[in-house]
Design a protein around this ligand. Sequence first.
Ligand code: 5AD
Ligand code: SF4
Length: 481
Amino acid sequence: MYNEIDLDQINTNSEPPSEEPARQYYFMAKCREWVQRFEQKNNRLPTACIRTFGCQMNAKDSEKLMGILEQIGFGISEKEEADLVIYNTCTVRDNANQRVYGRLGYLHALKKKNPHMLIGLCGCMIQEPSAVEKIRKSYGFVDLLFGTHNIFRLAELLYRRAAEKNMVVDIWESTDAIVEDLPALRKYPFKSGVNIMYGCNNFCSYCIVPYVRGRERSREPEEILREIRDLAADGVREVMLLGQNVNSYGKTLAHPISFAQLLKQAEAVEGIRRIRFMTSHPKDLSDELIRVMKESRKICRHLHLPLQSGSSRILKIMNRKYDKEQYLALAKKIRREIPDISLTTDIIVGFPGETEEDFLETMDVVRQVRFDSAFTFIYSKRTGTPAAAMKNQVPEAVVKDRFDRLLKEVQDIATGQCGKDTGTVQEALVEDIDHKQPGMITGRLSNNLMVHFEGPKELVGNIVTVRLKEAKGFYYIGEMI
Ligand code: 5AD
Ligand code: SF4
């Protein structure tokens, strides 16, 4: 992990080093000189704001971007009225892209008021050539465009922007490089995401992720464990191991290791009290993993296991590599081995060619598994994916009707599931004060549900014991004991 380096010791008059991360330290030092000049001129530090769209991976990437900006000397701000605003974008569904385009107009208005303002766009959407073309053509006021593979180069790109005065575009189609030892500014002092792998090799036929995040690359276990140990020493109690498909972790390493083995090693890190991970693909979920979870004191009682569809026919066209029966058998086995586990899922409605019968198969799985919570999505056509070229797209009204029926079903079931632990005593990691009710604080249970209870704000970041008094649909009211 990154150990404070003294940027003032770097000779910024020399040529930039070619190797990483030394090159980025050099450009951080260069940018810091610019920040110092800004401060002298304006009597204040320049401010930076990062907005994150999308998933946990993006949230983690934003922490890395923020770490770089903090080192450079920017004041980190929550507000978009800042001197540098970066949108870390998502493109998994089209509405994510539309939200970014919608907000760019607002940023443009801010930029007209603040001539110093720089606007950057990065992340998944910027890996799509069509989005880049649109931004170049219609949003010329954007200053920086970079993708998912080169976020570690933020300082270099900022420096280039200052020198060139034109839109800087730096997009890599792919990369084998995993650059370690860069700073990160964590959003929470007590919990942190840890990347264990990047990219995805599954090519589910609807999904754009493999195209924008590239091929699967696992980090070396030693690097991951070093990061977890450093986090523990820094007061982190809960880590979330991140990957698009964590169950295939380690297969391509020079010395292959399984995800379950990695978990066991993470479990041995002193100071870490809880381990979560995201996301599991059902096709790769091993018995070894179930056993390790079952025997673990630290791995949380939560498994996110995307179903996508309950129809074996649709699953095949989706290229998911499991069928309805296999999914049901897996869910049953997990619930049998780890009875207190919370099973959550993702479901897509309206995949091309989905019939009412296919949809009813999905409803059937939902009723059989009784998910503790489910994210439901309307199928979104992503250019470049095999599904986008499929002829039989489902009419909007039909999709909407199915979506509403599914949503009602998953919500009714989740509400019932939430009550099942009423009266039990459990540990909760206090994450925040309850902003709606004075005197109350909010904790996360091992099964990922939230519990609200009376307590002092000083407990934020601590693990406390609570009795769950009352279920409120998707959270609990509890009391500390
Ligand atoms: N349309 C709708 N939902 C999608 N997802 C991925 N691609 C699409 C798409 N094209 C959903 C899947 C995945 C989650 C992160 O997003 O359910 O698990
Ligand atoms: Fe997309 Fe499938 Fe990879 Fe998940 S596993 S990121 S749904 S291609």
